[in-house]
Design a protein around this ligand. Sequence first.
Ligand SMILES: [Zn+2]
Length: 817
Amino acid sequence: MKRLLLLLTTALTLSLSAQDIKSPSEFLGYELGTHFTRHHEVVDYYQYLAKNAPDQVLLQEYGKTNERRPLLIATVSTPSNIRNIEAIRTEHLKSTTEAGNSPIAIVWLSYNVHGNESVSTEASMQTIYDLLTQKKEYLENTVVLIDPCINPDGRDRYVNWYNQYKNTPNNIDPNSKEHHEGWWSGRSNHYMFDLNRDWAWLTQVESQYRIKVYNEWLPHVHVDFHEQGVDSPYYFAPAAEPYHEVITPFQRAFQATIGKNHAKYFDTNGWFYFTKEVFDLLYPSYGDTYPMYTGSIGMTYEQGGSGRAGLGIVTGIGDTLTLKDRIAHHKVTGLSTVEVASKNAIELNKEFEKFYANKNYTYKSYVLDGDPDRILALTKLLDMHEIAYGQVKPTSLKGFKYSTGKTGTIKLSKTNLVINIDQPKRTLVKVLFEPMTKLSDSVTYDITAWSLPYAYGLDAIASQNLITKEPYVREKVTKPSLSPSAYAYLTEWNSFKDAKFLAGLLKNKIKVRYSTKPFSIEGKTYQRGSLIISKADNQNLKSFLKNLKEITDKHDISLQPVASGLVDSGKDFGSNHVQMIKESKIAMLSGKPTSTLKFGEIWHFFEQQLNYPLTVIDSDYLNRIDLSSYDILILPSGSGYIDFMDMAFKEELNDWVLNGGKLIAMGGAIKGLLGESGFAIESKAVPIDSTLNLEVFDETQRESIKNNITGAIFRTKVDNTHPLAYGYKDTYFTLKNGSDAYEYLRNGSVVYLEDGQNIPVAGFAGSEAQKKIANTLIFGVESHGSGQVIYMIDDPLFRGFWENGKLLFANALFMVN
Ligand SMILES: [Zn+2]
């Protein structure tokens, strides 16, 4: 008896009854919606719940952001479900491979992926509180996973900014400063990446940590909470066309079921909403599509508001939209989602199992061929998605050949990678690898092609037969020992891995040369760009060999020692055709007129991929900087360059390049260099299509897509004798995100569209846009006095996942001289 009493008291002290749990307002000390809650306070509230209702809330820190804020996931259910949580999870996952038998629905609610869509995290606190109190009955057969903030760095950037700049009391006048966030807005993460474009590519730490927990659960329903413009009514599922063809009739229908339930609540409250418009389900890297492709009902919900709305703002029709309103709407859809899942738990389980049983795809195997470093980079991505792969027996294989776009054959070797659809993640495999995505509608605001063989610069065969797969054994790099008597050490220049190795050498003051001609020595042939590290160049460097060995090991590089600088064919190491690589000082422009996303891609590239120092210079004080302190200046793409580039700045740039500076102008930045700037680049003149003006009013949006390329893949021609293209073959697959078109350069057109290459190999390009880009430049180099201008019309670093462009960008930094 005594013992039982003791147990009872322990339970009582551990778990407060529902009535005793503090609401967010009680806990925070202000009414929710009257003040923005900083991330550490949000963390405090979730920790409070986990501590005071441990039988219903489990809290896990699943990672840390770049700025070291914790990423949290709260698992919420009834005490009895929480006691059996591990059994519930494993039973659910079992249904991806065999008949499962779980009556429990799994719902995952993700908040605030876009940091300045700041209502979401506030709403998450009210939602979890209501689930634990008045809506407990939903939890009887449902486990709810709540991620209160996918992007804490971005959200805190917004919240701290708002708290600093707001009026007291807050000002609802839209002209007030508190409704005008600056360039460095809170939407994206630390590196200015859009985390809602990163689910499939996993380039950012937040995504990498999250996918691990996500794969441990693979929920039946996933909601990504967002905000849109202040004047937009609420948006919820069902989504707009195009839908990817793998989305099942049940997934479509269930979105509608959920939408109907939301509509019921919104109607009762007299709130406006819309469905089936704008937000489509195609691009695989969103928080709705990615869950769809792993069997979930993936949905985006959009409240009106975001970084403009603050605590309250006057809307276009004269109403006042408050943070409290926004919280109320997101809370209703969150709870309504859980309600529908709970009512349909059995069906959700049955259909989830059916989704994973479907093997009805045309291509059964994808076999990839090419540079081992690129294959290695791809396997790292596949590992994160828990996609299985293997190697093949040496034979030959016929199927759809990516490099030619026709039926063809490749000879298989052990280094090839095979990905089969006889695995649970087969739908995701199809979506990421299929050569051409079927489009049910070409009006979409994101890219329409992303097939990974093109992105990674690998050739591939898509086969309609299932290929026998053997366990993948990574070939060990053979590393000859570094002998102090060697004249020099050599390595080839083939992949981005080699560029990271070079960056490591330069940072450690090791001098490196590269050959501008192919050569052979001691029985081995080296292509253009191969690195030569000589004893003579580094004789004054203390612990040269020790450092060299460390960097070589770190990057897993095979260095070949040679005894002489006299080559068997090609140019000797003392020739003018062998050049020294400069340890360049590099600066990049930030702020207006650059795009935050394009700026972020390059920033992340330098710090988290290449690992090479970069100075970021804001446009605010650029005119006070002495450019001659830098060897390279990067102008990221952006839309405001024409106004930004006044004559004085153009002249300054021109002089700097003439005196040996290297300017890398990307995308929209090129527009600033047109006209009377002294630079050679010229827009392609295009006749205006007069029929566009004659369209019926209602058809104008649909007609305007004739001019669009939102994102499609094109085969291009490469002059790989040019340093910008060292390490490449004669074809490069580029992702085009627009129809800006420039004439070939007289000298230095390195990557370009030849006759007939204006038709995409994958994705949609409007008919007028195709005409416009015919025979135009993609990447080129203009020699200008003692310096160079490198033009990048397309983006070789697109969203950090276009793996094949990274070497080209490194060439621009290190090889072009
Ligand atoms: Zn958003």
